[in-house]
Design a protein around this ligand. Sequence first.
Ligand SMILES: *[C@@H]1O[C@H](CO)[C@@H](O)[C@H](O)[C@H]1NC(C)=O
Ligand SMILES: *[C@@H]1O[C@H](CO)[C@@H](O)[C@H](O)[C@H]1NC(C)=O
Ligand SMILES: *[C@@H]1O[C@H](CO)[C@@H](O)[C@H](O)[C@H]1NC(C)=O
Ligand SMILES: *[C@@H]1O[C@H](CO)[C@@H](O)[C@H](O)[C@H]1NC(C)=O
Ligand SMILES: *[C@@H]1O[C@H](CO)[C@@H](O)[C@H](O)[C@H]1NC(C)=O
Ligand SMILES: *[C@@H]1O[C@H](CO)[C@@H](O)[C@H](O)[C@H]1NC(C)=O
Ligand SMILES: *[C@@H]1O[C@H](CO)[C@@H](O)[C@H](O)[C@H]1NC(C)=O
Ligand SMILES: *[C@@H]1O[C@H](CO)[C@@H](O)[C@H](O)[C@H]1NC(C)=O
Ligand SMILES: *[C@@H]1O[C@H](CO)[C@@H](O)[C@H](O)[C@H]1NC(C)=O
Ligand SMILES: *[C@@H]1O[C@H](CO)[C@@H](O)[C@H](O)[C@H]1NC(C)=O
Ligand SMILES: *[C@@H]1O[C@H](CO)[C@@H](O)[C@H](O)[C@H]1NC(C)=O
Length: 863
Amino acid sequence: MESFTWKYLVFYLLTLLLHSQVSFPSSFSSSLSSIPPCFALLQFNKSFSISASHCDDINYPKTASWDESKDCCSWDGVECDKITGHVISLDLSCSSLYAPVWKRLVDNLTQLKELLLDSVDMSSVRPSSVMNLSSSMTTLSLPFCQLQGEIEDNNFHLPGIQILILQGNKDLRGYFPKYNWTSSLKFLDFSSTSFSGELPDSIGLLPSSLFSMPKLSHLDLHENQLVGPLPNRVSGLLDLNSLFLQNNLLNGTLPSWLFTLPSLVKLIMADNQFIGEIDEFKSNSLQIIVMGDNKLHGPLPRSISRLVNLTYLDLSLNNLSIMLELELFSKLINLQDLDFSYNNVSFNFNNNITNILPMLQSLSLRSSNISEFPTFLRTTPNLLILDLSDNKICGQVPIWLGDVARDSLSFLNLSHNFLTSIDEIPWKNIFSVDLHDNLLQGPFPALRAPSLAYLWISQNNFIGEIPSLTCKASSLEVLDLSHNKFSGMIPKCLVHSVSLSVLDLRMNNFHGTIPTAFAKRNKLRNLNLNGNQLEGLLPRSLVNCRDLEILDVGNNRINDTFPYWLEGLPNLQVLVIRSNRFHGHIGNPTTKFPFSSLRILDLSNNEFSGLLPRKYFEYLKTMMDADQGREVGLTYMGEAYYQDSIMVTMKGMYIELERILIVFTTIDLSNNTFRGEMPKIIGKLKSLKGLNFSHNNLTGYITPSLGNLTNLEWLDLSSNKLIGEIPMSLVDLTSLAILNLSQNQLTGPIPSGRQFNTFTNDSYTGNLGLCGYPVSRTCNNHEAKRPPPSTLQHKDILGLENGFGWKAVSIGYGCGVIFGMFMGYLVFKIGKPKWLVRMVELEQHIMLRRLKKNAHRRHGRRN
Ligand SMILES: *[C@@H]1O[C@H](CO)[C@@H](O)[C@H](O)[C@H]1NC(C)=O
Ligand SMILES: *[C@@H]1O[C@H](CO)[C@@H](O)[C@H](O)[C@H]1NC(C)=O
Ligand SMILES: *[C@@H]1O[C@H](CO)[C@@H](O)[C@H](O)[C@H]1NC(C)=O
Ligand SMILES: *[C@@H]1O[C@H](CO)[C@@H](O)[C@H](O)[C@H]1NC(C)=O
Ligand SMILES: *[C@@H]1O[C@H](CO)[C@@H](O)[C@H](O)[C@H]1NC(C)=O
Ligand SMILES: *[C@@H]1O[C@H](CO)[C@@H](O)[C@H](O)[C@H]1NC(C)=O
Ligand SMILES: *[C@@H]1O[C@H](CO)[C@@H](O)[C@H](O)[C@H]1NC(C)=O
Ligand SMILES: *[C@@H]1O[C@H](CO)[C@@H](O)[C@H](O)[C@H]1NC(C)=O
Ligand SMILES: *[C@@H]1O[C@H](CO)[C@@H](O)[C@H](O)[C@H]1NC(C)=O
Ligand SMILES: *[C@@H]1O[C@H](CO)[C@@H](O)[C@H](O)[C@H]1NC(C)=O
Ligand SMILES: *[C@@H]1O[C@H](CO)[C@@H](O)[C@H](O)[C@H]1NC(C)=O
């Protein structure tokens, strides 16, 4: 079922893209060139190697079909002048080529006019060498070629260039040369490169010359750092078909010429700082309008009603006051995607409207201050995506909504409203339903659709048992029922599922034992049963959950011994069994790399006894690697579609971490009856942020090795039987915000300096032998004499601190946008504007391919 839905979405996207036919006026000159025809190409072919494919082009690799016994003019991708026989165009785009010795080709194809090498891996090619090919070069298309390094100014020599595409070469640097581009240029795409500096006056933004190029049909300047307002006046631009300015810092009001361009089909200016109102549209050619994420205000222009070819309208994230009314929308019969999220929206429809927006596929009115369901949806049979989340809609989910797009609706988000009841989820092909954070009451809503993969109904007031019918939804991947009043036993069939990845039942009233038979090869990644009344043993079949990352059974009544048998789960990162009746000794590991991925361990408030688990501490690999944060940066656990969250005691407060930072690393063994000494080995767990051994029966000294835990933010050793002095090395814990050594038998002077100057006497209560600031007892002569911290140890710690710090990790785009990834993004992050940016990128790819085909067709005709 899942794949069905995905196909559907792919289809949806393609319709969206293909709807906008791009016509590109390219008149390729075919003047003679004089290069030795085939020899160079043969050499060239031999110099390439073929790497893994990055492209979805079916004709790859073109060079594979090159037949040396035939005239090279007949080869795929090669184009010759029909009269002279000279090679004038070379299109090896998407041929999965890797080009290591590029220079040699350049030597011999100096008269080339067109060169298209999209997605060819050119990482080893000196970029300057391709910018200096020939003065008759008209088309140079090198998007996503991994070109890197700098193009020096004097080597940027393309005087006759008409089409220049360097999109997606993230590490390509350079400045725009200052010669006159204006006369020939038709298409320029430097998006997602690292070009910097000013654009030359002849194309420069924002001298108005850029907007005065008579033949310009496509202008794409997206994702740069362009600042300032758009020019007030332009001339020409009669052919301008698409204008992409998104992701810049452009400001000022929208100039009126934007609304009069006679050929403009796509206008994308999302994610800028534009202010003011949207003018009336004087031209009706627009099909795609994206002005999201600006600072526009005022009403929707009435002339919108005349844009009969409009398919896509996104004005989200502004401050517009939009009245959705019949008059404005009745003629927009092609509109597929409407996004007014994060504005102020109201409706004015009478109830018997018919057939308005018949093509609508996606409607997003998130956070737009609406208080009722839009009744015009009754007549939108093709709706796929409906997001009305974070509004003020009260009462029942109306029955008629179930009839809206009953066959097509795939994504429904009604979360963060004041809805009180929903009986069923009737849509046949629904894929994702988010109803969380409402006031929904009553029993679990009836599920009809086996296609349902994501169901969030957390933070409501649902009651009763989970019907085992739920398991009929055999594609369920995420089931989040947390923070409700569900009761009864956990249905057995849920743990039999092999599709579930997240099962979150926390904070309900489930009782009984946890079902025992977790399926082999299940995909469970997060199992959260915290805060119920579950009892009995932890089911041993949990070892079948090889993908398990989070196991939280805290705050139940489970009566078992330490689940050492989970130690072999390779991905287990969070193990929370706090506040149960776990008991007995922890003992030693039975495998070689126990809990090798563990970063959060909470055994607190149980009945564990015996020594601290020294042998386990020795192997908690993830907790030892203080460098891990540098690799992953500030990433969170979970996936695009599900952000894991968890309850932890942190700095003395029991709080819900809404998102779990990958670098969040803690051990909480508090409130048990562990005895014996604190093992020195604990000082190796260098990535620890929190350590809580309080309320146990620990004896002996505080190990000075704790001073190595330089990431530590809280340390609680209170209510034990620790003796001796507080080690001076603890002064090195420069991140420490909370220290609690109360209720022990510590003696001697309290260290001073750094964090120790910030702790109050609350940190030390009940240790009568301590002296010095901040407790009231002053140290006598004997006590005050303490050796300075050993220099050796100090050096060690400095070594650790060297280079310590966060490093932002930039995630580069691969060569070409991988379609699957893109779709994944679309499916789960319907949120704007990032997915839109991706859409535009993809669209450009498709557009460019078409452009090239047209160009070649035309070329062929002329010869
Ligand atoms: C370039 O062409 C010349 C002859 O015009 C030939 O001698 C030379 O080997 C060619 N180089 C390459 C790399 O094909
Ligand atoms: C670029 O072209 C100019 C003029 O044709 C020439 O002087 C220069 O050496 C070339 N540079 C490279 C790197 O080929
Ligand atoms: C650039 O070329 C165009 C067309 O040939 C011409 O109209 C314009 O004046 C030139 N600009 C400069 C700065 O030379
Ligand atoms: C709408 O699209 C149709 C078909 O592509 C075209 O014939 C018509 O001129 C367009 N209408 C406007 C107002 O641009
Ligand atoms: C949004 O517009 C309203 C008036 O329509 C104004 O009062 C408010 O300050 C604006 N908010 C922002 C953030 O610009
Ligand atoms: C939200 O809508 C109400 C009417 O339902 C209106 O009174 C209020 O001004 C709106 N809020 C904003 C911020 O526009
Ligand atoms: C639904 O909307 C809310 C808030 O508007 C958002 O936080 C949540 O991620 C959305 N759910 C899905 C599944 O996209
Ligand atoms: C835990 O289970 C054991 C038997 O396995 C039983 O003797 C003990 O009383 C139980 N503890 C609690 C607190 O229920
Ligand atoms: C340590 O654990 C105890 C008992 O579980 C708790 O009360 C205390 O707040 C925790 N200390 C810190 C600093 O989190
Ligand atoms: C330290 O721990 C004791 C009990 O272990 C507790 O009473 C006290 O409030 C804690 N002090 C601080 C500062 O957290
Ligand atoms: C702790 O410090 C406060 C002042 O900060 C003082 O009033 C109090 O008596 C001190 N208590 C002890 C036990 O030293």
